[in-house]
Design a protein around this ligand. Structure first.
Ligand code: FES
Length: 142
């Protein structure tokens, strides 16, 4: 993500209580990991020290400090998909994926009325359940 992307992500969470974690989640969802320049830009935008942001990134094991070589399945966990069962599905997917597929969170793929939704490569998939999501994970793992 570039500086403009960081600004847009920060703006999206501005004024909210404890914006750092949702911002970090959005950056990771956008590029799969959080770089040092991202940390510097986020720290500046939130008026925090680089060490404070870096400390939070290191504390939560979900955040990656380097790009992953694993295939990535992006699973939507925004509100509409949550209402359609994305949370238990996400936990299940993380267990199933083990170390073969990186299951990342995204916030809305534009398929809110037919969620839970996910994206693999350029393709989006809707109305996911364990069966269809399991097939996607197998396909992602190659
Ligand atoms: S909330 Fe999941 S696709 Fe919009």
């Amino acid at each position: 993500v570039n500086a403009a992307d960081i600004d847009a992500i920060v703006d999206r969470h501005a004024g909210r209580e404890g914006p750092l974690l949702p911002i970090l989640h959005d950056v990771q969802a956008a590029q799969g990991w959080i770089s040092e320049p991202d940390i510097v830009a986020i720290a500046k935008a939130l008026n925090l020290s680089r060490a404070e942001v870096s400390g939070v990134v290191s504390f939560y094991h979900d955040f990656r400090r380097a790009p992953t070589a694993l295939p990535t399945l992006k699973l939507c966990r925004a509100e509409a998909c949550q209402a359609r069962g994305s949370e238990p599905l996400a936990r299940w997917a993380a267990e199933q994926a083990e170390c073969r597929v990186s299951v990342e969170t995204v916030y809305c793929l534009g398929l809110c009325s037919v969620g839970p939704a996910a994206m693999l490569g350029e393709d989006v998939h809707a109305r996911l359940d364990r069966t269809s999501l399991g097939e996607l994970l197998v396909r992602a793992a190659g």
